[in-house]
Design a protein around this ligand. Structure first.
Ligand SMILES: NCc1[nH]cc(CCC(=O)O)c1CC(=O)O
Length: 677
């Protein structure tokens, strides 16, 4: 306690509202004895020359702050809770929800209308609204507000407006819009700074259902700090607990559970309003609106605040049972401006309009003419194809290999197409072809000093998967053992084939259920594994365990490219990428090296367990794993990973992750247990 306590860095964006909210929370914490400084978080998005429309809208800046927290650029972030996706972010905790502001939406009338209504000398909002002239032009970018206002003022026209609070207020002006809709909370928080803008205008409360968590702030930090086990010890955790309003949090948990269960994002036409009654009960109302204002499905319930999340979830189910899903697209929350950003990044993208990945941006760290890229595009995704690794040859003494190793070999395993190109470069293919060719087919086999077929069985060629097999066959090698991508299964097939009674006829793939009689005990088979220096030891270990001799020869390796493509880096940091396909363990490392960890808006999909393990070991979060490296299985894993239920919470922390069985070829990685925000 002799050292001065470490200063807590509260990361903030620089908009008026963000600064005001951040300063307010900083002051609350300072009152509890903490040293807090505001740290501006400049996202690449803020610095970008690209137009705002390309930046992905709501969620991008929350994602930037969350990335800054995860990367240790700051220790706290204050979000408008209504803008925060309901999915939890592993590693981060919403540690406090301080007292909630006004939850209402208001209409800010332009000066020309304001003077007209002021003359009515009424304080009654409903009465004022009933006096509004027909055909008003009202600005809002929120489908929830638009739908309810259309129902309330059927003759109005809605203009889609964006921008920060002062910008939007200024749009309510003669010659532009008659009124704009805003959250009372934003106006109240900005207070005096809006005095001039509001002086001539009139603020009228609207009788519409607010957004979940409207008027509330979320103070987010790394989970270790929330638990008191981070660098700040218990001081920060205790202060955050002290500024948390448990009642407000229960109400907001219920409201956000409605969104989670509806699989609705913050832009969906869904309103909710919860409150704690004098009885101590939590009352919750929620509704889903048709965008044109023609239909509403709504329901109300009460329960104990302890059951906040269940109350919200049950109410959402009630709405769904009443047909909420038929009047609005509540499950579609990623259809924001993201796809606009893609043509600039991937000019070759021409995916179909429809498909399970329509509107999604998927980053595949491969060349654009790759099979995986083609499959994802066929499913409607905009694909950013850009390799992050490069392979480098490793020099080996090919002549020595041909003379000393090849004659003793019984098997060669091809574990990637790259192995074949490398063997070609090393001028070893011809010798291998000769050794693999059955004696009767050999016309003259002793061209390179090796004596391939003299009294011996031909070299058996095994390939780990179809791409390796195809590469081997294209190079003229008779591939007789074909794996299904799985190194352990390939080892089993090689062992089974070697034990079969007719080892000299390897033209048929081994049949697992036909052990046959054992051949005469012969010298142990000797397999050569010329492969990547980074290849997993699975195949070698399995063969060695079966008593085989195994020679591993690294003939190439993979390393991270020296620099990242700036456009891809921008898209990554702005959260414009919905999913990234991690094709190999080396790619997992390269992505982190070049771009940092994926933000919360980017689902990380692994191909194969070794890659999945590499991602986890590197501290990354995994959304799904494609068990098979086939384009179809990878595409299915991406679809699975982007399914809204993979992101939603609304489940109590102890609940089992829902089993996802959409595709037998993929395994969804269960989300880590997290506190409900
Ligand atoms: N979507 C923007 C946004 N996010 C938070 C607020 C301020 C009000 C609040 O905290 O709910 C606003 C402005 C608005 O909706 O008018």
């Amino acid at each position: 306690m002799t050292d001065a306590p470490r200063t807590i860095r509260l990361g903030t964006r620089s908009s008026d509202l963000a600064l005001t909210q951040s300063s307010w929370v900083a002051d609350l914490l300072r009152e509890r004895g903490l040293r807090v400084e505001l740290v501006p978080i400049t996202t690449r998005g803020d610095r970008s020359r690209r137009p705002l429309a390309l930046m992905g809208g709501v969620g991008v800046f929350a994602a930037a702050l969350r990335t800054a927290l995860l990367e240790g650029e700051c220790d706290l972030a204050v979000h408008s809770l209504k803008d925060l996706p309901v999915a939890p972010v592993p590693g981060l905790t919403i540690a406090a929800v301080p007292g909630r502001e006004d939850i209402a939406d208001v209409l800010v009338l332009a000066p020309h209308l304001a003077s007209q209504l002021r003359s009515l000398h009424s304080d009654d909002g409903d009465a004022l609204l009933s006096q509004l002239p027909d055909g008003l032009r009202i600005g809002t970018g929120s489908p929830r507000r638009a739908a309810q206002i259309r129902a309330l003022l059927p003759t109005c026209q809605i203009a889609d407006i964006r921008g920060n609070v002062p910008t939007r207020i200024a749009r309510a002006a003669a010659g532009d819009l008659d009124a704009v809709v805003l959250a009372a909370a934003g106006l109240n928080r900005l207070g005096d700074t809006l005095a001039e803008l509001l002086a001539e205008r009139l603020v009228v409360p609207l009788p519409i259902l607010p957004a979940a968590a409207q008027g509330a702030l979320a103070v987010e930090c790394r989970s270790a700090d929330a638990a008191g086990s981070g660098v700040f010890g218990s001081a920060l955790a205790e202060a955050l607990t002290a500024i948390d309003d448990a009642g407000a949090r229960a109400v907001i948990d219920a409201e956000r559970a409605v969104l989670a269960e509806l699989e609705a994002g913050c832009a969906a036409p869904v309103g909710t309003h919860g409150e704690l009654l004098a009885s101590g009960d939590l009352a919750l109302t929620a509704a889903v609106f048709a965008l044109d204002g023609s239909e509403t499905v709504s329901a109300t319930t009460t329960g104990h605040p302890w059951d906040a999340i269940a109350i919200g979830r049950d109410l959402a189910r009630e709405l769904l049972a009443q047909g909420a899903g038929d009047i609005a697209e509540i499950g579609a929350r990623h259809t924001r401006a993201r796809s606009d950003a893609v043509p600039a990044l991937a000019p070759t993208t021409a995916g179909p309009e429809a498909g399970p990945l329509a509107g999604r941006t998927v980053f595949v760290p491969r060349e654009a003419d790759d099979h995986i890229v083609a499959e994802l595009r066929a499913a409607g995704a905009a694909v950013i194809a850009h390799p992050v690794t490069l392979t480098e040859p490793i020099d080996v003494d090919a002549a020595a290999l041909a003379a000393n190793l090849l004659p003793s070999l019984t098997h060669l395993a091809i574990t990637s197409p790259r192995t074949i190109t490398r063997l070609e470069e090393l001028n070893l293919l011809e010798t291998i072809r000769a050794a693999a060719t059955p004696p009767e087919a050999v016309s003259l086999a002793s061209t390179s000093g090796a004596s391939p077929a003299a009294g011996r069985a031909p070299l058996v060629i095994a390939a780990v998967g179809p791409a390796s097999a195809a590469a081997g066959e294209a190079a003229g090698l008779p591939v007789t053992i074909r794996g299904t991508h799985d190194a352990a299964a390939l080892a089993a097939a090689m062992i089974a084939a070697a034990q079969s009674p007719e080892p000299s006829e390897p033209a048929e793939p081994p049949e697992a259920s036909a052990p046959g009689e054992l051949a005469e005990p012969a010298a142990a088979p000797h397999a050569w594994l010329p492969a990547s220096a980074l290849a997993a030891p699975t195949l070698a270990d399995a063969l060695t365990a079966a008593g085989w001799r195994v020679t591993r020869t690294p003939i190439y390796t993979t390393r991270t490219r020296p620099s990242a493509d700036q456009d891809v880096a921008d898209a990554w940091h702005r959260g414009l990428i919905d999913a990234v396909v991690v094709t190999a363990p080396s790619v997992a490392a390269a992505l982190v090296e070049l771009f940092g960890h994926a933000g919360p808006g980017t689902a990380v999909v692994a191909i194969g367990e070794p890659t999945a393990r590499a991602i986890r070991a590197g501290g990354g979060l995994l959304a799904a794993t494609a068990v098979q490296p086939t384009p179809a299985a990878i595409c299915a894993a991406v679809v699975d990973a982007l399914r809204p239920d993979g992101e939603r919470t609304g489940e109590p922390a102890h609940a089992e992750a829902p089993a996802r069985t959409a595709n037998p070829e993929t395994t969804a990685t269960p989300p880590e247990p997290k506190e409900q925000p």
